[in-house]
Design a protein around this ligand. Sequence first.
Ligand SMILES: Cc1ncc(C[n+]2csc(CCOP(=O)(O)OP(=O)(O)O)c2C)c(N)n1
Ligand SMILES: [Mg+2]
Length: 360
Amino acid sequence: MNQSTIADHEMSNLPKKEDHAERLSSLSGGESAVIDRDTGLRLFKDMTLGRRFEDKCAEMYYRGKMFGFVHLYNGQEAVSSGVIGAMKLKHDWFCSTYRDHVHALSAGVPAREVMSELFGKETGCSKGRGGSMHLFSKEHHLLGGYAFIGEGIPVALGAAFSSRYKKEVFKDKNSDAVTAAFFGDGTCNNGQFFECLNMAQLWKLPIIFVVENNKWAIGMAHDRATSDPEIWRKAGAFGMEGEEVDGMDVLAVRGAAERALERARAGEGPSLIECLTYRFRGHSLADPDELRSEQEKEFWAQRDPLKNLAKVLVSKELANENELKNIEKEIDSEVTDAVEFALAAKDPDPSELTKYIWAE
Ligand SMILES: Cc1ncc(C[n+]2csc(CCOP(=O)(O)OP(=O)(O)O)c2C)c(N)n1
Ligand SMILES: [Mg+2]
């Protein structure tokens, strides 16, 4: 079989709902979360911080203030805010990927510490030793960003195991922490994904596997790389609850997260949530982003999760446009402050190069 016939063969065998647009029009997930004004404003703040922080990162990267690969989260904010916003900060656990800035911010790591880390400064949340892909905060229960795809999933599984172990072996009644593991669609074709789903279900661990299906793994289209593009269905192979949600709708994501959290805290084990989302920028800031069609980008730009939430808040009279504009201004000041703080901060002392490699 030559190249073109292999491609033709693949195309003719694609499962039916291969496209996000088609899937979004017939989602099988449950109810969206119902929120009050405070929660709505908190979500809007968190998502705005995520967006503006990343925009500032792009600016700083092109000005030469950051080194190495930097992967931005623009477009995917509803996932981080929807899931982490439904969890208990400094109690539950979070495990990220190399696209980790916004997960860290949602988990409560101060913008100053995240920006400092990106600049390689001593005041960074990983003391300037990690950089963009290795954000970590013990205080905020952020178990790390990871450069290898799928690397964080077993770490998250371990955290979930420790919650259950403390509860059942040490009889610690307060040990009801749930762990959220975030990862991409491309990562779901890796072995760790399947191994961890198996163990999590076998041991009924309090973990939520959150797939951020943004359709692309660098330049590989999701539909071309996986046996069944509907990742949530893979949960079924392990007898696990799986759900697909509109990942551009923070309230839909929050609804799914609330259901998964309830199951996890009740000892009913893990869940897999597949969020259909899109990244508005290239894979990393080094990616010219030439592979994705303008038509596809336009489709997703129309579904901007921030604009979506703003519309809901205004239409439900939970906030007015002026209030939202003021939040944007506040957030811009917070991001500017984070940059000024990071620029003025000290570099790590070269004599301490090996500090933090081993536990002190
Ligand atoms: C184990 C491993 N193999 C390959 C890579 C190279 N790589 C970096 S990002 C990426 C794509 C991951 O795509 P996805 O999981 O969809 O996450 P996204 O970037 O879309 O958030 C790959 C293959 C890697 N980092 N680690
Ligand atoms: Mg992806």
